[in-house]
Design a protein around this ligand. Structure first.
Ligand code: SAH
Ligand code: SF4
Ligand code: F3S
Length: 445
């Protein structure tokens, strides 16, 4: 058993992976702050380090071990190390066995237990909690008190879809929706703390369902419509969505709710129906394209985004060409693309026809060329437009701020305004990943 250590005074939380992990990392930081710990200063050593890990693709676990190794100090000692997130859930026992420096392993549904785990760990114990308790961690977490201009709010967790390549249903558990009132309360708190934009999060956020304040059945669109009534909340976004849960109501909301931003991240994964079926995606390329048409009909300027996997087992060149054709027909504003990575315990990992690394590299390159071309074209097409950016950060140079357009593009603006300002700008230049804009003096409220 490792020796007892004085209770930690400072902490650092490092989050990897999706936005839900970022949300969880923030909530863990709030919990630790409530225990009297303070965040370690930039570049300084922390007494407690939480590695909030992601297991979605290759080398996730190796990365955790090398991160743990790097935390070793010159005198051979280590901070108190906690491994959290999806690698903790999937490989907690192995981590405890292989990495003696780790004192705590905590899964994504159990991190509200961190304070008690911390006192056990300080007493010299090594503790693991990867339970998926029936009671929700959200009720046990402190109330939100801090927020940037743009905040995340997890409304739904887990996944019941079991795409054959994906670990999420195993690491995050079954789909649950948080109750309506808890979400309205958390949103109000975030807005009071300075949030002007809230992004509703879930592994399948559009599968959110619940009962509204009057006890009527509601979907994500109902929740969005109610949140839009918060006067100081200017913008609402949501991600990530599944095509099967894209309801008529949610599509209609894109045409009707002014605060719902014109951006939709809807992963398709592949353009071939045979591959989609083998992935257990339960939508076809055609049904996906029809959905996108419907959304564009109600919100013609909507920026579309998606996720792609190249080199799924058995994918032929002709099937990959169907993915390229789908990209060509949609012209995404931005998208994420990945090489297929076999994940232990998923059905696709043992399928025949695993694709050679060089073939995957080549397909990924060709797909990314097409996506980059479309992203640049989208950015260039916004040049000359007037719009509002939400100022989120100071820029690299004095007198510069960074903000987001309604279409989720990053914009650099020469302006001396506070974080959280909604700034009226004209877009003057569009590059591959960001835009330049100028303030429209005298227009901003
Ligand atoms: N719930 C979302 C996405 C969750 S994971 C959805 O259903 O679309 C984020 C993305 O990681 C996925 O959309 C997929 O493109 C990618 N991904 C998931 N598992 C993967 C794997 N085994 N190999 C490569 N990419 C993967
Ligand atoms: Fe993974 Fe599929 Fe669930 Fe998305 S829908 S989290 S890709 S299993
Ligand atoms: Fe990664 Fe878990 Fe998110 S595997 S993508 S951190 S749900």
């Amino acid at each position: 058993m490792p020796p007892a250590t004085p209770p930690p005074q400072t902490y650092r939380v490092k989050s990897f992976g999706c936005q839900m992990n970022v949300y969880d990392g923030d909530r863990m930081a709030e919990l630790l702050a409530e225990q009297g710990l303070s965040p370690a200063a930039e570049g300084a050593d922390a007494d407690l380090v939480v590695l909030n890990t992601c297991h979605i693709r290759e080398k996730a676990a190796e990365k955790v071990y090398s991160d743990i190794g790097r935390l070793k100090r010159d005198d051979g000692s280590s901070p108190l190390i906690a491994v959290a997130g999806c690698v903790a859930q999937a490989e907690g026992e192995e981590i405890m066995a292989r990495a003696p420096a780790v004192r705590m392993v905590v899964g994504p549904q159990a991190y509200h237990r961190l304070p008690e785990m911390l006192s056990q760990a300080s007493a010299g114990k090594r503790v693991t909690n990867t339970d998926m308790p029936a009671e929700t961690k959200f009720d046990a977490l402190p109330k939100r008190r801090r927020s940037g201009a743009s905040a995340f709010l997890t409304v739904q967790e887990g996944c019941d879809k079991f795409c054959t390549y994906c670990v999420v249903p195993y690491t995050r558990g079954a789909e649950i929706s948080r109750p309506w009132q808890a979400l309205i309360d958390e949103a109000e708190r975030l807005v009071e703390a300075g949030a002007r934009e809230i992004t509703l999060l879930g592994q399948n956020v559009n599968a959110w369902s619940g009962k509204d304040a009057k006890g009527r059945a509601a979907g994500l669109d109902g929740l969005i419509r109610d949140l839009a009534k918060l006067p100081d909340l200017q913008r609402i976004r949501y991600m990530t969505s599944h095509p099967n849960d894209m309801t008529e109501g949610l599509i209609a909301a894109h045409g009707e709710v002014e605060k719902l931003m014109p951006f939709l991240h809807l992963p398709v994964q592949a353009g071939s129906d045979r591959v989609l079926k083998a992935m257990n995606r339960s939508h076809t390329a055609e049904s996906y394209l029809r959905l996108m048409d419907k959304v564009r009909a109600v919100r013609p300027d909507i920026a579309l985004s998606g996720d792609f996997i190249v080199g799924f087992p058995g994918e032929t060149e002709a099937e990959f060409a169907e993915t390229l054709a789908l990209v060509d027909s949609l012209a995404y504003a931005q998208a994420f693309s990945f090489k297929y990575s076999p994940r232990p315990g998923t059905p696709a990992a043992t399928m025949d026809g695993q694709i050679a690394a060089e073939v995957m590299d080549d397909r990924l390159q060709r797909l990314q060329d097409a996506l980059n071309r479309d992203q640049l074209a989208f950015n260039e097409a916004t040049v000359g437009k007037n719009c509002r950016v939400l100022v989120e950060r100071r820029g690299k140079f004095a007198g510069q701020v960074l903000g987001k357009t309604p279409w989720l593009q990053s914009a650099i603006v020469e302006a001396d305004v506070a974080i959280g300002t909604m700034l009226d700008v004209e877009i003057t230049a569009g590059g591959p990943k960001s835009l330049t804009a100028v303030e429209r003096i005298g227009v901003s409220a």
